[in-house]
Design a binder for this molecule. Structure first.
Ligand SMILES: Cc1cc2nc3c(=O)[nH]c(=O)nc-3n(C[C@H](O)[C@H](O)[C@H](O)COP(=O)(O)O)c2cc1C
Length: 201
């Protein structure tokens, strides 16, 4: 069975990205994936302190809730990250998670000495985001960060769901088509992971 880690990255528990992610989780669960959900706002996670304690083993030495998340990432076949756009990038909660994953970077490039930009794909990722405005470059910053983050985690960005012009809490419910798309993406994601699992996992 394929395992998915779903990461809620908004400070709003009932916000727009949370509603979309719930739909994706439902779609994936209904199609046989085992989904673990984490709500970052509820976790105690320090930002990276840049002490490079991870140099010895590749594991971050800060003892907080990241330790469990690290294991959950390692055990996953798929990651779904949901984040609102804050100042043209991901939320601070997601950014803290990304920075703590520098330990994966250290393991990959310094300890295992994988040549930069290489490494086998171990999992697939789905990114869900919402922003209030409508500019052309609205998601560019977040996508750059997510792509680089996924790369470090040996994760291929499989699909992005990006929605503009949605601001107030619950406003996403005025867009049932977006919610349906999120459910369908979760469905398709679970099917894709199941298909690959026969070949690789
Ligand atoms: C701190 C902060 C920064 C934001 N920055 C942007 C931004 O740069 N561009 C934008 O279009 N919307 C921005 N927004 C609006 C949110 O992206 C929007 O309200 C979104 O629907 C929130 O999603 P959520 O309910 O999942 O948290 C910002 C909101 C906050 C609170």
């Amino acid at each position: 069975m394929s395992r998915i880690l779903a990461v809620y990255g908004s400070p709003r528990r009932e916000g727009n990205t949370a509603a979309l992610l719930k739909q994706a989780v439902q779609g994936a669960s209904d199609n046989g994936a085992q989904v673990e959900e984490i709500v970052l706002r509820d976790l105690k996670m320090s930002p990276c302190l840049e002490i490079y304690g991870c140099k010895k083993t590749g594991r971050c030495v800060i003892n907080d809730d990241f330790q469990k998340v690290y294991d959950q990432i390692l055990a996953s076949h798929g990651l779904i990250i949901a984040s609102p756009i804050f100042f043209y990038t991901v939320s601070a909660h997601i950014k803290i998670l990304m920075d703590r994953c520098q330990s994966f970077w250290v393991k990959k490039y310094w300890i295992d000495k994988v040549p930069f930009g290489q490494g086998e794909t171990k999992r697939k990722g789905l990114f869900i985001s919402v922003a209030a405005s409508k500019g052309k470059k609205l998601f560019d910053g977040a996508l750059l960060s997510i792509q680089y983050f996924f790369d470090v985690l040996d994760t291929e960005l499989w699909q992005s769901l990006l929605y503009r012009g949605i601001d107030f809490e619950g406003e996403i419910f005025k867009h049932p088509r977006h919610l349906d798309e999120a459910y369908e993406a979760g469905e398709a994601f679970a099917k894709e992971l199941a298909r690959i699992s026969h070949e690789e996992f």
